[in-house]
Design a protein around this ligand. Structure first.
Ligand SMILES: C[S@@+](CC[C@H](N)C(=O)[O-])C[C@H]1O[C@@H](n2cnc3c(N)ncnc32)[C@H](O)[C@@H]1O
Length: 215
């Protein structure tokens, strides 16, 4: 139970959407949940000199924000080739490609090739993946310090919202689906792997959590 069909991400996260999201990022800055994640990671650790593994990073809102804080390197993993290309182009425009290593594909399948990083982020990615235990479990193994996630709160309005999203994806004949995983199951898995909670905030749809490895 993993990605099963890598192209399903490209069907949804395509070049047109990637260009639109980058334009919005450049004009307005990161969306609120991403801003909270970055601010809370900054409060937990000094980012200067650290390495970041950003899984499903989209158009690169997190690495581009943290590079301004002195981040040393970024491993960017995304299942969508369009998003990878857009981040690569934007990094080139900023003359920052030397900081990036790119992997395109399902993180769970690529995990053996990817080294651990000081900070691991999954911003609105857990909800793209049916097998939460495998995505969260594998990504936790790569976090030597901080683990920060944004994922949907498991509340009734999100179950309706995500169900409606899946109905429209089905109507559009897309294979991609979204998932509202149980918040307690996600948290319990992270705590059981040797992490301690440092921050948690609930927005209307999303929750933002930051953990630190203690073992
Ligand atoms: C909803 S977008 C979020 C993008 C960005 N993090 C943000 O918050 O704007 C989800 C992203 O995660 C990627 N993704 C989902 N599952 C993935 C996986 N298993 N491995 C790598 N990338 C994944 C998708 O291709 C997409 O770019």
């Amino acid at each position: 139970m993993s990605c099963c069909h890598p192209d399903k991400f490209d069907q949804v996260f395509d070049r047109k959407l990637a260009r639109r999201e980058l334009k919005t990022l450049l004009r307005k800055g990161p969306r609120k949940s991403t801003r909270v994640l970055v601010e809370q990671v900054r409060k937990c650790v000094s980012i200067r000199g650290k390495s970041l593994l950003d899984i499903g990073g989209g158009v690169g809102a997190i690495p581009f924000a943290m590079i301004n804080d002195g981040l040393e390197s970024v491993t960017n993993v995304d299942a969508s080739s369009a998003y990878q290309t857009i981040v690569h182009e934007e990094a080139e425009r900023r003359d920052q490609t030397n900081l990036f290593t790119f992997f395109q594909g399902d993180f769970v399948s690529l995990a053996d090739e990817i080294e651990s990083s000081d900070i691991v982020t999954l911003d609105r990615v857990i909800c793209c993946y049916e097998n939460m235990e495998s995505l969260v479990g594998t990504s936790l193994e790569k976090a030597s310090g901080t683990y920060a996630v944004v994922f949907p709160r498991s509340v009734w309005w999100n179950r309706i919202l995500f169900m409606l999203t899946n109905v429209s994806l089905w109507i559009m004949r897309k294979e991609f689906r979204t998932y509202v995983h149980d918040s307690d199951n996600v948290r319990d898995l992270i705590l059981a792997r040797g992490f301690e909670a440092r921050h948690h905030s609930d927005l209307l749809v999303w929750q933002v959590s930051v953990y630190e490895r203690t073992d």
